[in-house]
Ligand binder design. Structure first.
Ligand SMILES: *Cc1c(COP(=O)(O)O)cnc(C)c1O
Length: 301
């Protein structure tokens, strides 16, 4: 895979000595978005080395990871299988933008109940998948493994070392682990979990080789995929003001958090902040469909 193009955008914050730059990882590939590209890169190379022809992975109805694996499979010549949480989705594929996209890219779905989805890392569950689908290269839910962390280490480059803070959204912790490993010890990495739960700290420790990081757990908005009107308002205002689109599941929550911390005086004077835009914009269509049903304001594209 080619080294993607990166792009920094500096925003001036009126009446503040603090600067924020956004690293637009959302722009590095049209379909394999942001951090999912980074996480897949070395896994795809490994699958090729092993002569695998099938990639199998797991995800929910609106998963950025499912969309990315489907697109990567099509681009790099793998058949893809998505084990999807929720049996009820089997006859709703056409109503779901993420699953419709993955299907167009050639992904085959295997829908499972929420109960059996919880068993997805067990040996018996995987053995059963091998019976059903034959041999495959397995990519975990959210794509996080050692090779994914290695890929995320490539997000930071030399000209990023003059930032004091590096901020990213956190799902499974693979992306922040890569950023931590690639950072310099004078930098502080702040992770904004998009979900509730105490397991993340330990998961990140498995991959991270420095301790210059911290999770800011106040901005998950009630949990994974939970959305509040003030978040939508923030995302729409941000787009109008800075012309940068944010997604409501990950990057919107992170940026809301950064701005809230700024207001509270969390960052010292003259801080240089780098926010990683990890992508995820494909998820907006699905969220907008839900907001529309609830007759709530939509995210402006
Ligand atoms: C998957 C995803 C994340 C979370 O990445 P992890 O490596 O799982 O922590 C963050 N932002 C976006 C846009 C994502 O799609």
């Amino acid at each position: 895979m080619n080294q993607p193009r990166v792009y920094n955008q500096n925003m001036s914050l009126e009446s503040s000595s603090i600067s924020i730059a956004i690293k637009r990882e959302d722009l590095i590939h049209p379909f394999i978005s942001g951090n999912k590209y980074r996480k897949l890169k070395f896994n795809i190379l490994e699958a090729k080395t092993r002569n695998a022809s099938v990639l199998l992975t797991f995800g929910g109805a609106y998963s950025n990871h499912i969309a990315a694996v489907a697109a990567a499979g099509k681009t790099y010549g793998f058949k893809t299988i998505g084990v999807i949480r929720g049996e009820e989705l089997a006859d709703k594929v056409s109503e779901n933008p993420t699953l419709s996209f993955a299907k167009e890219q050639g992904m085959e779905f295997h829908f499972v109940s929420r109960t059996s989805y919880r068993e997805k890392t067990s040996d018996s569950f995987i053995a059963n998948l091998k019976v059903l689908f034959g041999d495959f290269y397995l990519i975990p839910e959210g794509g996080t493994n050692g090779l994914a962390v290695k890929g995320c280490e490539e997000i930071l480059q030399e000209n990023d070392f003059n930032f004091d803070y590096i901020c990213c959204s956190v799902g499974t912790g693979g992306t922040i682990s890569g950023l931590i490993n690639a950072s310099q010890s004078h930098q502080k990495i702040l992770g904004f979990p998009a979900l509730k739960g105490d397991f993340l700290q330990a998961d990140i420790c498995k991959f991270a080789n420095q301790d210059n990081w911290k999770l800011i757990t106040d901005y998950h908005f009630g949990g994974y995929g939970k959305i509040k009107p003030e978040l939508i308002t923030f995302i729409n205002q941000f787009k109008q003001r800075y012309d940068v689109p944010l997604d409501p599941i990950y990057t919107g929550k992170m940026m809301f958090g950064i701005f809230n911390l700024l207001e509270k005086g969390f960052f010292p004077k003259n801080s240089k902040i780098l926010a990683i835009h990890t992508g995820g914009l494909q998820g907006i269509a699905g969220v907008n469909a839900i907001l529309k049903r609830k007759k709530q304001p939509l995210i402006i594209l």
